[in-house]
Ligand binder design. Structure first.
Ligand SMILES: [Zn+2]
Length: 158
């Protein structure tokens, strides 16, 4: 789906029904209408809610903050607008883990990243060093080890 001034309602209906199918397959609760999707998309202001990149005129996707496979539900509160790259990369990662990862790369604290860091209280203890000389792979391993040592609950929606 492309972000534009006149959102394509047929495309949103199709997207909503694809999300419904995926939720059904995952046994996840919730259902979103095309109107709910439109509202979430407009709330994003045409930016990826994870990395902040400009999505006007570009392909947008909707990402479940807590993935359906991890107990997330298919509701507007659990959906954010993402660029295809962020959506791929996040996949089933814990939202706090991905928030730290994307923030350490971009240095941009989007509203979503700020909300997630605050919600899971990961800021101080889990922030990856921004100017570390370690390789990305080492940083990821360190984050994985931290996750394994102290797993965070997934609960996000209130
Ligand atoms: Zn993004």
């Amino acid at each position: 789906m492309i972000y534009q001034d006149q959102l394509d309602f047929a495309a949103m209906r199709q997207y909503a029904s694809a999300l419904k199918e995926r939720a059904k397959l995952a046994g996840a609760p919730g259902e979103v209408s095309a109107i709910m999707l439109r509202d979430r998309i407009l709330e994003s202001g045409g930016r990826c809610e994870w990395c902040g990149c400009n999505l006007v005129g570009a392909e947008i996707e909707l990402d479940h903050v807590v993935s359906l496979a991890r107990g997330g539900s298919n509701t507007p509160a659990n959906l954010v607008v993402a660029c295809p790259d962020c959506n791929r990369r996040k996949a089933q990662k814990h939202p706090a883990r991905f928030a730290v990862e994307i923030f350490s790369e971009t240095g941009i604290r989007t509203d979503l990243v700020a909300r997630i860091l605050a919600h899971y209280r990961v800021e101080a203890s889990r922030q990856l060093p921004l100017f570390s000389t370690n390789s990305d792979r080492e940083k990821r391993e360190a984050a994985d080890n931290a996750d394994a040592a102290n797993p965070l609950p997934y609960r996000w929606e209130d």
